[in-house]
Design a protein around this ligand. Structure first.
Ligand SMILES: NC(=O)c1ccc[n+]([C@@H]2O[C@H](COP(=O)([O-])OP(=O)(O)OC[C@H]3O[C@@H](n4cnc5c(N)ncnc54)[C@H](OP(=O)(O)O)[C@@H]3O)[C@@H](O)[C@H]2O)c1
Length: 331
């Protein structure tokens, strides 16, 4: 079978690659991490040595020319996703690209077109979707465990203390919504099982011009409402609550649960509370293995680009609203 195991290269020495995704590829059952590229040769060399990656390249272009690479993991700043995903596709490389997939829905579709034209696969790396808990919550909601779904509340915040961080740079696609709010939009749409009809958002803008705090409401055609907040300035929180006519579910450590066992709390009234325990899993490893399986067996990826484009469409609408002091924006 072609590409078995999948031979990966990573575009940049990004932190998220170092701490989570590169080790996930290295421990995956169907992939090997062959090479890392950096804008700087010494950075690439030292990173490769420290991470046990056999080869390094002194430019992203050089990695894309490397015929021993089948797929790239792309953790560049958000503003660079479109360009490098397209360039990778044009060189025949499959692409697992960090979230958010691009800056706009239009960019997502350009990436999809490049992948299609070059017969390669592309997927957005929202890893929390591969944790078995996420499927369980959606099954519980669809199965009527909480009655009729009415409300989804989510939050993702942390305090960013490094002024040089890419998240504070508007030219690199920074901002709280782009960095962490995108998870809240994604989980709201996934649990609702539909697209919002109208959104409103209110933001605080930091000194560099990015949104550092945002509170938002998504109204779905069915009447379900989702609310969320996200921030680069607040205490670390990541959780969501799903509320129906007859019960609610609460999910803590919602997006970054680590590998320990996790819980979904199910509440009915005051007294009927159940804690569903789910065995721990490495959501990053599950994601890279699933993506590699799709390439190896030539199956469609689990989350096609059109899904990322819909998420981006909502994000764009939220920014439009936030720039107009909470003006309702229809989708
Ligand atoms: N799924 C997750 O859990 C998760 C978590 C965090 C971040 N992310 C996503 O992953 C991506 C990277 O985030 P990160 O926090 O890992 O970023 P980071 O540590 O700042 O790394 C970004 C890398 O991009 C390269 N780069 C190229 N041009 C750059 C520029 N003008 N400024 C800064 N860096 C530049 C650098 O690599 P070289 O110097 O080697 O070229 C740098 O190491 C983002 O899209 C983010 O949303 C995902």
């Amino acid at each position: 079978m072609a590409c078995d195991p999948l031979r990966w290269g990573v575009l940049s020495t990004a932190n998220i690659g170092r701490v989570a995704v590169n080790p996930a590829i290295q421990s995956s059952r169907n992939g090997v991490l062959m090479a890392v590229a950096s804008r700087n040769e010494a950075t690439a060399r030292v990173f490769a040595e420290k991470s046990g990656i056999p080869a390094h390249h002194a430019s992203y272009e050089a990695l894309l020319e490397d015929s021993s690479i089948d797929a790239v993991y792309l953790p560049l700043p958000n503003s660079m996703h479109r360009e490098w995903a397209v360039r990778a596709a044009e060189k025949g490389k499959h692409v697992l690209c960090e979230k958010p997939l691009a800056l706009t829905a239009g960019e997502c579709l350009e990436m999809e077109a490049a992948a299609r034209a070059n017969d390669v696969k592309i997927m957005e790396a929202f890893m929390y979707r591969f944790h078995p808990r996420t499927d369980l919550v959606i099954q519980m909601v669809r199965g009527g465990k909480i009655g009729e779904l009415r409300m989804i509340r989510s939050a993702f915040s942390f305090r960013l203390t490094k002024p040089e961080n890419i998240r504070l740079k508007p030219e690199l696609g920074g901002g709280a919504l782009m960095d962490v709010g995108c998870y809240c939009v994604n989980v709201s749409r996934s649990v609702a099982g539909e697209e919002p009809a109208e959104v409103q958002a209110w933001a605080s803008w930091g000194a560099t011009g990015v949104d550092v705090e945002m509170a938002a409401t998504l109204r779905f055609a069915s009447g379900v409402v989702a609310q969320f907040d996200c921030a680069l300035t607040m205490e670390r929180r990541e959780a969501y609550e799903v509320v129906g006519t007859e019960g609610s579910l609460f999910v803590s450590s919602a997006f970054l649960p680590g590998t320990n066992d996790v819980i979904v709390e199910e509440h009915h009234g005051r007294d009927r509370n159940t804690r569903h325990a789910i065995q721990g899993a490495d959501e990053y490893r599950l994601m890279v293995e699933d993506f590699a399986d799709c390439v190896i067996h030539n199956r469609p990826v689990r989350y096609p680009v059109v899904e990322a484009a819909r998420n981006m469409q909502v994000i764009e609408a939220l920014y439009r609203s936030a720039r107009n002091r909470g003006m309702p924006v229809s989708l």
